[in-house]
Design a protein. Structure first.
Length: 704
């Protein structure tokens, strides 16, 4: 019996093993980092790994000596990496004063040192389509051009031109060459931008200069400082360019340490087509070593473009590797920090350069560890890349299958919804594309789909619509005629309601809209307003804000459902309004104002009435308009806010009996008091939290 039991157990194990092999599974456990993406509304969410570690290269470089013996050396502070069209690897081994040439498998091909004129601290390398090798020989302040065999062709030194200042320091750190043969050189510390040379090696111009970042304080200084005072200030200069890359279509990509336009994608005229994109925003390091209060400042050091236009970016300070599509939309990012001195496959310590080969493998050069980490696309990552490639080629139906496969792997991957929406739009399925654009968080795509649906509706119902308008006009004329002839009321009188004081007071708001100064004065001296009517208007305003939040079209309010009409929105509104009432009353009391607290409360409530008057029509119009009518929609919204602002101004002027200047001062002091009030409140909340925590700790100690 024991023998039969043993055979039965062995058979069961064999069946389990065969069953496991029948289902393909991705080796997620082998990935030593977590991968993230962002959903349709910019929130970080976890996803499957897009890339998995595939190995490590260049840990040891074999050097054959004169006597045939082999010695192994390591990379010393390498600064750049380049993958040639044939997938060969070139490394700028800076402190060893050489360029290391490896094949795709990481085997040494040759060491380039240029014996004719030895390299000194080379920091960049580039291989042109014809095989020529360009080296940024930083220590010798030149660019060296070699042929594919490493033989000398020429060197390109400091640019000579009357447009180049004598103080200009030429220390090349990297360069690219376009298909025309123009050379774009990044010089260390240069504020002038990229140095562009023509194919003959002559200076052509400065290219892609960064803009000077001006703060609000800088603007204030320019307005009030004298020329002498301004001359003593530190001169504002553009942020320097750190790195450079070029894609197959000739777009130049630059990396800078600026707060905006960290990555620029420039056409041949030097115009940035990625102006409004902020890279690596709200990304955090998720490794255990980075669990601390202070978040490292982003330090983007390099970018690499693959054959599909996807851009891989490395953040040295936070060890974040991210990838964006050709439009600058985030695909995914991951992070993993290796301990200094220990090389773990897939984890980096100080990444300085990134490259992509023809198979979409990522190669990341680690300055501290002196090696290259290799990553290959997973099933998920490959599906995303293939879908993007087909979309760019206009093969929407073929791409749709890949996007559906991506959604099976991750139902929250918003670029997949974007791809499916574009495919549906291309086929003319505008209702489906509208829903998919909404899932993707794309307000512009949603608007375009709705525009097509609206056009189809007008074409199908134009005659019915025209007849309805004509009939409505006739009915209005007919009822107007009957009213004049027989003197009857279309709407019956509400005699009981009219006798209510709060109704008379609430109706006074319409008089205020026509005669604001007189109307607000009547609140004070003729008791035309009360707490009841003010609270009714305040509640109607809150209701309008809720309705507007819920029912404004996604075109003009592209926010998730959970953010619509949220408690936080109402809390902020009520807290702001109440603090305004309290602070304005206090400032008025100090500055000889005549308004009572009741007057300020009622007047501030009545001043919100334009929100009730225009808020609901604005929400209704948003469901008819598209972004083509944005100017009309925006004008109505701006007019509503300006109207409220003017009513608040006239409210203070009339109730406090101020002149124009006194009213302006009162408003400024009220805003300042509100800021101080909320700072004090936040401090008290923080202190009370600490106090209760302290008391609870003492209680625990005593009770033990």
């Amino acid at each position: 019996m024991h023998k039969n039991l043993g055979k039965w157990i062995c058979s069961l194990w064999l069946v389990c093993l065969i069953s496991l092999t029948a289902f393909p599974m991705e080796a997620i456990a082998d990935v030593p980092y977590r991968t993230f993406t962002k959903n349709s509304y910019g929130r970080n969410i976890s996803t499957q790994p897009a890339y998995s570690p595939a190995g490590v290269l260049a840990q040891e470089i074999p050097i054959v000596g004169d006597k045939g013996e082999t010695q192994y050396t390591t990379l010393q502070r390498p600064q750049d990496l380049f993958i040639a069209p044939d997938d060969d690897i070139y490394i700028a081994d800076t402190d060893n004063n050489r360029i290391v040439h490896l094949n795709e498998q990481g085997e040494l091909v040759k060491i380039i040192t240029v014996p004719k004129s030895p390299l000194k601290q080379p920091q960049g390398v580039f291989v042109a389509e014809n095989g020529d090798i360009y080296i940024a020989d930083t220590g010798n302040k030149r660019v060296v051009q070699l042929n594919s065999h490493g033989e000398w062709i020429r060197e390109i030194g400091r640019p000579e031109s009357r447009y180049v200042n004598e103080a200009f320091v030429y220390e090349p750190t990297n360069m690219v060459v376009d298909k025309r043969g123009f050379i774009y050189v990044v010089s260390k510390g240069s504020y002038n931008g990229i140095v562009q040379f023509n194919p003959e090696g002559k200076f052509d111009k400065f290219f892609g200069t960064n803009k000077t970042e001006v703060t609000a304080m800088d603007i204030i200084r320019r307005q009030f400082y004298t020329k002498e005072q301004l001359s003593r200030q530190v001169r504002l200069l553009p942020v320097t360019i750190r790195n450079i890359d070029i894609d197959e279509r000739g777009f130049i990509y630059t990396v800078s340490g600026s707060k905006t336009e960290q990555i620029k994608k420039m056409n041949i005229r030097g115009e940035n087509v990625w102006k409004d994109i902020e890279f690596n925003k709200n990304m955090r390091s998720f490794s255990d070593l980075d669990k601390k209060d202070d978040i490292p400042v982003a330090e983007i050091t390099d970018a690499s473009v693959d054959s599909n236009g996807n851009v891989a970016i490395i953040d040295k300070s936070r060890n974040i590797i991210s990838q964006y599509d050709s439009n600058g939309s985030l695909l995914f990012y991951w992070n993993g920090r290796s301990v200094v001195g220990k090389s773990l496959v897939g984890l980096t310590t100080a990444p300085v350069a990134v490259e992509t080969n023809s198979k979409n493998r990522l190669y990341i050069l680690d300055e501290a560890l002196g090696l290259i980490q290799v990553y290959e696309p997973t099933e998920f990552g490959a599906a995303v890349h293939e879908a993007y490639r087909l979309m760019q080629e206009g093969k929407y139906s073929e791409a749709e299958k890949h996007w559906e496969n991506v959604l099976k792997l991750n139902a929250h991957f918003s670029p997949a919804y974007e791809g499916l929406a574009q495919a549906a739009f291309f086929r003319g399925e505008y209702e489906r594309s509208r829903e998919l654009f909404k899932l993707a968080g794309d307000g512009e795509g949603y608007s375009d789909s709705f525009w097509q649906l609206r056009l189809q509706w007008f074409q199908a119902n134009f005659s019915t619509l025209a007849n309805s308008v004509i009939i409505t006009v006739i009915l209005i004329w007919f009822f107007t005629f009957l009213k004049k002839k027989f003197k009857f009321r279309v709407i019956p009188k509400m005699s009981r309601l009219k006798r209510k004081i709060w109704y008379q007071q609430a109706k006074h708001v319409f008089y205020i809209l026509k005669h604001p100064l007189d109307g607000f004065t009547d609140l004070r001296f003729l008791s035309k307003g009360g707490y009841t009517s003010a609270i009714i208007i305040l509640l109607l305003t809150i209701g309008t804000i809720l309705v507007k939040s819920y029912y404004t079209s996604f075109t003009f309010n592209p926010v998730p459902v959970y953010a619509k009409g949220s408690t936080s929105t109402l809390t902020i509104f009520l807290a702001t309004w109440l603090s305004w009432v309290v602070c304005n009353y206090l400032i008025g009391s100090i500055r000889q104002g005549e308004a009572r607290f009741k007057d300020v409360f009622v007047g501030s409530s009545y001043s919100l009435f334009p929100v009730i008057l225009l808020g609901l029509p604005l929400a209704a119009l948003s469901n008819i308009f598209t972004l083509s009518e944005m100017s009309i929609y925006g004008s109505i919204g701006t007019g509503m806010m300006l109207w409220c602002g003017l009513l608040f101004f006239w409210n203070i002027q009339a109730l406090q009996n101020y002149g124009v200047g006194e009213t302006v001062v009162n408003i400024l002091l009220t805003v300042l008091t509100m800021i101080i009030l909320w700072v004090v409140i936040f401090i008290l909340i923080g202190l009370s939290s600490e106090f209760f925590s302290f008391v609870y700790t003492i209680y625990q100690e005593v009770s033990m």
